[in-house]
Structures are given as C-alpha cells and as structure tokens.
Design a protein around this ligand. Structure first.
Ligand SMILES: Cc1cc2nc3c(=O)[nH]c(=O)nc-3n(C[C@H](O)[C@H](O)[C@H](O)COP(=O)(O)OP(=O)(O)OC[C@H]3O[C@@H](n4cnc5c(N)ncnc54)[C@H](O)[C@@H]3O)c2cc1C
Ligand code: HEM
Length: 412
C-alpha cells in the first residue's frame, strides 16, 4: 500500500482524520480480516434475523468477511492516496449486491455500530478517541456513498427496499448436464418482466426445509422468451468434508414446475456498454451463464459485431448451454468458438485439451473482453490477454461470490 508522505490533499476526510487515518491505515489493514470476522460474530449475536439475509456459505468460508475487510481498507486508502486505483467499480458492485438483497439505509447504523465496536475490541488500547472518531468518519463517508447509490438503484427499478423481491413461478426445469439445471421463471404477480441487461443477475431467496431462509445470486442466463427469465444452476458438491451447497442442492432436488420463488430485481454492472468493438467472452464452468445472454443480445441488436467465445470445462458433457450458445452464435455474421476440456472425447477434433490458452488464438484489434469463472481462471485470462496487448480497462469480469479480486485492489 502506498501512503502519501505529507499534508492532506483535497479529500473528503477532515484534516484531523486525514492525519490519523494515514497513520493508522497500515495497522487496520493488517488486522482487517480479524476485525471483520469479530464484527460478523457480534452482529449476528445481536441481530440473528440478519442470518437470513447474509449468505451463510460465504460466512462459513470467510469470504464475505475478507471482501468487507478488503473494501473498507481500499476505501480508506483512496481517501488518503490520490494515486490509488479508482474505487467506482467496487462501489457499484457492492451497491448492486445490497440492492438485490433489500439493504436499507437504517441498517447502516447497526453495521457501523458493530464494525467500530470490533475495531476497538481487536486493536484495544491503540484505539484512542481520536482514532475511533477518524475511522467512524471513514465508515460514514463510505456508508453515505453506498446509501446514495443504492437509493438511486431502488428508485430506478421502482423498488421499495422493504420488499425487494417479487414472486416468480417456475414454468419448467431443464436438465442441461448431469450437474447443471436451468429454471425458467415467469412473474407470478401479473406484472411484466423487468428490464434485464445481459450479464445481470438476480438474488433468489429460498425457504429451506430446515426453516432457514437464504438468498443466492444467479445470472439471468437467457431472456429469449420476452415474458420469462431463465437461471442456470450448477450443483455445488462439498469437497474435503465440507457440506454440499445448500441452495443449489435445494433447487436441483426440490424445485419443480409450479413452485413460487422470491426473486429480486436484476442487478449487476457486468453489462455491455454501447460499442461496435469485437467481443471476447471467456468463461469456465458455470461462468457460461454470462455468455449466453450476451450472445443473445448481440444477435438481437448488432448481428454484424464480431464475437469470439472461449470456454473451459471438465469435459464436453459438463459444458452447459453449449449447443444453445453455438446455435445463437451462428446467427451472427462473424462468430468464432474455442473450447478447452480437461479430457477431450476421442473423435472431438475441434476442442483442445487442458486449461484455456489464449496465447495463439487470433485476436482482432480493439477487442473488449468479458470473463467469468473461478478467480484463478480469470487472473490467468487477464494476464494472457494483457500480454497480448489488450488494455486492462477493456477486460471486465464477474465473480460468482464475494469479490475478493476487487477487494484486494487488483480489480479491473
Ligand atoms: C453475481 C453472481 C452470479 C452468480 N451466478 C451463478 C450462476 O449463474 N449459476 C450458478 O450455478 N451459480 C452462480 N453464482 C453462485 C451462486 O450464487 C451460489 O454461490 C452457488 O449456487 C452456491 O450456493 P449454495 O447455497 O449451493 O452453496 P453454499 O451452501 O453457499 O456453499 C458454498 C461453498 O461453501 C462451502 N461451505 C459451506 N458451509 C461450509 C462449512 N461450514 N465449512 C466449509 N465449507 C463450507 C460449500 O462446501 C460450498 O463449496 C453466482 C454468484 C454471484 C455472486
Ligand atoms: C459501509 C458499509 C458497508 C460496506 C463497506 C459493505 C461492504 C460489502 C461488500 C464488500 C460486500 C461484498 C460484495 C460482493 O459481492 O463483492 C457486501 C455484501 C453484503 N452486504 Fe454489505 N456493506 C456495508 C453495509 C451493509 C449493511 C448496512 C448491510 C445490512 C445488514 C449489508 C449487508 C450485506 C449483505 C447481506 C451482503 C451479501 C453477503 C454475501 O452474499 O455473502 N451491508 N457488503
């Protein structure tokens, strides 16, 4: 982390807080994961109702705690360092996630209270009244920006945050592969489908058989039928003794035509910006769900726009939505497709074996890239493309979990 050496430049922070935050940011950063882990424990003890809004899988793996810690530290750094990377993307991502979950302005008081309490508990005597006041200022600057962005999103989507979901009926379930299903959903309240930008997700809230309620995000994998939306869900199996995924297992084993699910408004900013530039859509595994809606959209609106899809999976049999993407893509004037499988079927002459390797595929000038898959996969794709001369700001990504990439300050 680079910290400025002398006087306060123009910043939102008051001059006294600027000095204190500059001096204490390294120690807060060093203990940030510990602070946020304590924060969640304290907050859930005081407000058990929040267990139904927070993803308990992300709590168990510690990922949400790390994402929160990373974002607060990155926010503080950009307040004190004029050369810090832009924070706009992280801010938008968090605001969209909050919006899809119905987070309300007054809940920031609860989070602020427990977060600052955890700072004091973990850092102990180092937290003098001046230090506490300076970090409280950081928290509220961050909170106010998020509250404003979320208010804008709620207003734009005509949503009352107290009622963030609408009932959708499962019209049918489609078995895509042995461990991937699609659910086709239709609004059950008589109102039309909201506007959905290709690449956006919805939060789906599920009442589990043990009485818990849990939300999860699923990309809208298709809006080919204008009155319905489709989500495509990979069954998550627990590895090394960890439990199977709760919501994906529930949807695979229990969801059936006629069921009602509570579904949020579409959210997320991994969306196409208006441009004619060639597109590369690089996905792995469940990341394919972001590819189909983008290809569908290009077919509908810009059939001349060149599109390359590149996908990595275990085998052709695990490659969900493969035929649908191909069928759609072939309606474009200029469509190229590459696949990499860990095991290529004998007789499959067009797929390559092993991990995705973009080093020798022809790339047009002015290429824009969307990538979605595990974090390590996306790091690899980004590094290879940057080596091939694709500017970092043309490479956009979606993380299917708390965004640990952006939180580390390494986002694109
Ligand atoms: C923006 C976004 C878009 C997404 N789009 C899609 C999509 O289109 N399709 C899709 O399939 N998924 C998508 N996801 C992922 C999806 O939201 C869920 O995370 C996924 O379905 C797993 O949820 P689950 O409830 O089944 O698993 P969880 O119960 O949340 O478990 C998740 C992981 O944590 C582990 N775990 C849970 N409890 C413990 C414990 N006590 N100890 C150790 N490990 C534990 C589990 O073994 C599992 O590996 C998306 C996510 C985001 C954020
Ligand atoms: C300044 C205050 C806050 C900050 C900095 C913050 C930060 C974050 C971050 C970084 C994420 C992960 C986003 C991602 O998916 O990448 C997140 C998700 C989330 N936040 Fe906040 N948040 C704040 C306030 C709140 C409040 C007030 C609530 C309401 C109780 C809340 C509830 C949630 C929930 C439920 C999630 C999803 C968690 C998950 O999926 O595991 N947040 N927040």
């Amino acid at each position: 982390m680079t910290l400025p050496s002398q006087t306060a430049p123009s910043t939102l922070l008051s001059p006294s807080s600027y000095a204190v935050v500059s001096a204490t940011a390294p120690v807060v950063a060093q203990h940030a994961d510990e602070i946020t882990a304590r924060f969640y424990a304290n907050m859930f003890a005081a407000h058990p109702e929040l267990l139904r809004v927070f993803n308990q899988g992300n709590q168990a793996t510690g990922e949400q705690s790390k994402a929160l810690a990373g974002s607060v530290v990155a926010y503080a750094v950009q307040l004190i360092d004029p050369n810090a990377p832009s924070f706009a993307h992280v801010m938008r991502r968090i605001a969209y996630k909050h919006m899809s979950l119905g987070i309300r302005a007054e809940q920031y008081i609860v989070v602020g209270h427990h977060l600052l309490e955890a700072v004091a508990q973990i850092l102990g005597e180092a937290v003098t009244p001046d230090v506490a006041a300076a970090w409280e200022e950081v928290y509220w600057l961050f909170a106010v920006e998020l509250i404003a962005e979320e208010a804008r999103l709620y207003q734009h989507a005509s949503i009352d945050p107290a009622h963030p979901t609408r009932p959708y009926r499962v019209v049918k379930t489609i078995e895509e592969t042995a461990d991937v299903i699609s659910l086709v959903l239709e609004p059950a309240d008589g109102r039309p489908l909201p506007e959905i930008a290709p690449g956006q997700y919805v939060s789906v809230f599920v009442d589990l058989p043990d009485g818990d309620r849990q939300p999860r995000q699923y990309t809208v994998s298709s809006t080919a039928v204008g009155t319905r939306l489709q989500i495509t869900v990979r069954r998550v199996l627990g590895k090394n003794g960890a439990p199977n995924g709760r919501v994906s297992t529930y949807l695979h084993d229990r969801a059936k035509a006629g069921d009602i699910l509570d579904v949020s408004a579409p959210a997320g900013d991994l969306v196409l910006t208006p441009s004619d530039s060639p597109l590369l859509l690089a996905s792995a595994g469940a990341g394919i769900t972001t590819v189909l809606p983008i290809v569908e959209h290009i077919v509908r609106t810009q059939p001349r726009r060149p599109v390359i899809v590149a996908h990595a999976d275990r085998t052709a049999q695990d490659h969900a939505l493969r035929q649908t993407v191909q069928r759609m893509g072939h309606q474009l004037d200029n469509f190229t497709s590459y696949t990499w499988y860990e095991h290529v079927d004998p007789g499959d002459m067009s797929s390559r074996e092993g991990h995705m390797d973009l080093s020798d595929i022809p790339l047009p000038d002015d290429l824009h890239v969307f990538t979605c898959g595990p974090l390590a996969f996306m790091h690899h794709v980004r590094a290879e493309l940057m080596q091939r001369g694709v500017p970092a700001h043309y490479i956009r990504y979606e993380v299917f979990g708390p965004d640990l990439w952006a939180a580390q300050g390494d986002g694109v």
